[in-house]
Design a protein around this ligand. Structure first.
Ligand code: UDP
Ligand code: MG
Length: 318
């Protein structure tokens, strides 16, 4: 074995992926074989499946894949914590046992062949290589539109992310080491990783349909993920509410003058409509503002508890 070749860990978060895993692990293993034959990576490069508290037989599937080929390794979280945490658990487990880790979804929607180019860039000295979707032809219209709205909204809200990049990326050991120093509870890796800095690059790829099974990311989860992303990284929404409040206060001075003037002139009773409108309007603004403040306070509440972000129940790492 040539020890100067990099050892690559392919980190796959898996939630109820019993159908997709056998297909995707076989495909990745043959890709690893090909790359090690071409002397691009070391032959002990491996797949690390992170079972995110699946309710189906995912862990049993991982165990059987491991017994057939021990380059399929696994960890199992004690309960379902969501994609970001499963991914973090995997990356932190792989950190000390690889030269670079590549995160990819278990459904292989992100073309695994881009791994080759990622590794080439890594060998040229890049520390973080982002996989960027060149098209979303195979996503449904709804998924595509909501996802793009999600990116634009994040940018408007002051969150810096790489456009059309999900969590398909290569990170060098050094980048993983730096990532491990971010101790926050509200995890949004797409926002954190660009903050790490280091020498980065992108690789373009086509997005495919799922190899098997169905999406574990319904609209509700996507929305809460988006709100998490923004409130974990930006104080801009709070500032906006404050500015709106300030502008309303200025307008209010004029309204007060007008109302007092009307009172003095003895024609103050009319105007029920405008009163109702403004009560409703202001009421909704106040509620919105409270909601946003509450969102941040909630984050602080979770953050100060300083809980462990995930708990690993089982390991298959030999
Ligand atoms: N996933 C996870 N925990 C969850 C939900 C999803 O680990 O609670 C994994 C899932 O197994 C897959 C990846 O995250 O490997 C992306 O999920 P999915 O493909 O369902 O999302 P979509 O591509 O539809 O956005
Ligand atoms: Mg998917």
């Amino acid at each position: 074995m040539n020890t100067s070749l990099p050892r690559i860990a392919i980190v796959m978060p898996c939630y109820n992926e019993e159908q997709a895993l056998p297909i995707s692990s076989a495909e990745i293993l043959s890709l690893l074989d090909k790359m090690s034959q071409e002397n691009l990576i070391s032959s002990d490069s491996y797949i690390l499946c992170c079972n995110d508290g699946s309710k189906d037989n995912t862990w049993a599937v991982i165990q059987s894949l491991h017994s057939k080929d021990n380059r399929v390794k696994g960890i199992s979280l004690a309960h379902n914590r969501g994609h970001q945490y499963a991914l973090l658990a995997g990356l932190m487990t792989a950190k000390d046992n690889c030269d670079a880790a590549i995160s990819i979804d278990a459904d292989l929607q992100d073309d695994p062949n881009a791994i080759v180019e990622m590794v080439q860039k890594f060998r040229e000295g890049k520390e973080i290589v982002y996989g960027v979707r060149s098209s979303r032809k195979t996503d449904t219209w709804f998924k595509r539109t909501t996802a793009h709205a999600f990116y634009s909204f994040q940018n408007v809200m002051g969150l810096e992310t790489v456009y059309d990049h999900a969590d398909y990326r290569l990170m060098s050991r050094r980048a993983l080491e730096l990532l491990s120093q971010y101790g926050e509870e509200n995890l949004f890796l797409r926002g954190i990783v660009p903050q790490i800095g280091l020498d980065t690059d992108i690789v373009k790829y086509e997005r495919n349909v799922r190899v098997a099974g169905e999406s574990k990311y319904p609209l509700s989860k996507m929305l809460s993920f988006s709100i998490d992303g923004i409130t974990s990284f930006s104080a801009r929404p709070m500032r906006w509410i404050f500015m709106i409040g300030l502008i309303l206060l200025v307008i209010d001075v004029f309204v007060a003058v007008y109302v007092l003037f009307a009172f003095v002139e003895n024609n103050a009773v009319s105007g029920w409509t405008s009163l109702m409108l403004s009560v409703w309007f202001l009421g909704s603004l106040i509620l919105m503002g409270l909601g946003i403040v509450g969102e941040y306070i909630g984050k602080i509440f979770i953050e100060v508890k300083n809980r462990p972000r995930y708990a690993i129940k089982d390991y298959l790492l030999d």
